[in-house]
Design a protein around this ligand. Structure first.
Ligand SMILES: NC(=O)c1ccc[n+]([C@@H]2O[C@H](COP(=O)([O-])OP(=O)(O)OC[C@H]3O[C@@H](n4cnc5c(N)ncnc54)[C@H](OP(=O)(O)O)[C@@H]3O)[C@@H](O)[C@H]2O)c1
Length: 245
């Protein structure tokens, strides 16, 4: 997709990867709608990108409807809004299970459902989903990993259905990224390795993938190796992951 002159809706645009993606898209000449729940931080991103803020809570039906209405009018939909949870599954509050499933998985599917018919009618468009390397399975993050794996399966299935050359579908799998994500989930990032990337690196890879219509992109690229290992020899991978973290 050529980006200049297009419109994009970015969810999670008030922070982290979504905000960095909004910056990169604005620099590429894209007109933006910026969705989040924090009006103040959305306004700050809107000021520097020229985008239009849309305050909507995708965890609620009314917020999701507002997001879907905006999605139906855009050339590019970037679903970055998401939350994590770290802790033993047996002690995870049931409402947090539902919250993660709604925000991380149901909301992107509903918004894609709203955006796709109009994109097909216009003869083009692109859907981008922020998944995670957590799709390989991560201790203490069972529900988060499941929502991100669900997003991968959804996007891969959709690509078959749409076929090449009409509407593009890209799934982005970041590793650890330096954003408020970890503080918000209630457990800071405490690993020495891999080192955290800056969100601008994810945004750069995302834009390159949209321009080239790439189905899946891992950031950093070497994360493709553990992801392939987990898919090809899962028993070995999980033994190694259990031993080395
Ligand atoms: N950081 C990482 O290491 C990492 C790694 C892999 C994948 N990811 C994924 O990348 C995406 C972006 O994460 P990030 O690191 O940029 O996190 P972040 O800085 O915490 O940003 C999360 C964004 O989601 C929005 N959001 C949260 N709840 C919402 C709701 N109910 N309705 C609407 N918007 C909501 C937030 O908006 P408000 O603050 O305005 O509510 C914020 O803009 C997420 O899907 C995450 O799972 C992150």
């Amino acid at each position: 997709m050529r980006l200049a002159g297009r419109t994009a809706l970015v969810t999670g645009a008030s922070s982290g990867i979504g905000a960095a993606t909004a910056d990169a898209l604005a620099a590429a000449g894209v007109k933006l709608v910026l969705l989040g729940t924090d009006g103040g931080r959305l306004d700050a991103v809107a000021d520097r990108t020229g985008g239009t803020p849309l305050v909507a809570d995708l965890g609620t039906e009314s917020g999701l409807r507002a997001g879907c209405e905006a999605a139906a009018e855009t050339d590019l939909l970037v679903c970055s809004a998401g939350r994590g949870y770290a802790g033993e599954f047996a002690a995870m509050p049931a409402e947090r299970v539902a919250e993660l499933a709604t925000l991380n998985l149901v909301a992107p599917m509903r918004m894609a459902r709203a955006a796709l018919p109009a994109m097909l009618a216009r003869g083009g468009g692109h859907l981008v989903f922020l998944s995670s390397i957590a799709t390989v399975g991560v201790r203490d993050e069972a529900v988060y990993a499941a929502t991100k794996a669900g997003l991968r399966a959804f996007a891969a299935s959709l690509r078959y259905e749409i076929g090449a050359g009409r509407v593009g579908v890209t799934t982005v799998f970041p590793g650890a990224v330096n954003t408020p994500f970890f503080d918000r989930r209630g457990r800071a990032y405490d690993r020495g390795f891999p080192r955290q990337l800056e969100p601008s690196a994810v945004a750069r890879a995302l834009l390159a993938a949209v321009r080239r219509d790439r189905p899946e992109v891992f950031v950093p690229r070497w994360l493709t190796v553990p992801a392939r290992l987990a898919g090809g020899v899962p028993e070995l991978f999980h033994r190694m992951a259990a031993r080395f973290g």
